[in-house]
Design a protein around this ligand. Structure first.
Ligand code: AMP
Length: 184
């Protein structure tokens, strides 16, 4: 499938299909969506209208930004496929979804989320580890949510199951730092 090269840069956001218990996470998703629109980026995401996914998408749209969503057909109901996106793609499988999201992204970011977000994060991280891409990966740490993940990765490195260079393949950033990077 040929990669489309849009005029504006695209930020692929992995995040929860749930809201989480801390309202700071939904607030961060909304602020990220607003920044994506304000700085002329395009949101690429899983096309759901639930949880943080819905928050970031509605905030991007509300601020006049472009949105590109990809959802597998079997999640259309469960994740409330958001058909009013600038571009709405329905795939047959989860693997196609991840591939289309990745191919249409310049930078990958992860807000707080659950097992699905972690799966997406580790896929792009492990692809980077074996040299399949050099796209930046930003771990957006809201209220310390990802500290245990970073500690786990440090543990994996300390125990000799990954090279220390794994730590260089992603960056842990605050929301403010991410917004500043979108300005450049
Ligand atoms: P979660 O972080 O678990 O709330 O899931 C966030 C998003 O990841 C949702 O759109 C899920 O459909 C998606 N997801 C769940 N499992 C997987 C998986 N194995 N591979 C890719 N995406 C997934």
């Amino acid at each position: 499938m040929p990669s489309q090269t849009p005029a504006r840069p695209s930020l692929c956001v992995f995040c929860g299909a749930k809201m989480g218990v801390n309202p700071a996470h939904a607030e961060a998703a909304r602020r990220l969506g607003q920044a994506i629109a304000a700085q002329g980026w395009r949101l690429v995401y899983g096309a759901g209208d639930v949880g943080l996914m819905g928050e970031v998408a509605r905030a991007t749209q509300g601020a006049g930004g472009a949105t590109f969503g990809v959802i597998p057909v079997h999640l259309m109901q469960m994740e409330v496929g958001k058909r009013d996106l600038s571009t709405f793609v329905v795939t047959e499988t989860m693997h196609e979804r991840k591939k289309v999201m990745f191919m249409n992204a310049d930078v990958i970011a992860m807000l707080p989320g659950g097992a699905g977000s972690l799966d997406e994060f580790f896929e792009v991280l492990t692809w980077a580890q074996i040299g399949l891409h050099q796209k930046p990966i930003w771990l957006i740490d809201v209220a310390g949510y990802w500290h245990p993940l970073v500690a786990l990765i440090d543990h994996v490195i300390a125990q000799g199951f990954a090279a220390p260079s794994l730590r260089d393949l992603f960056q842990v950033l605050t929301l403010e730092e991410v917004c500043a990077r979108l300005e450049k």
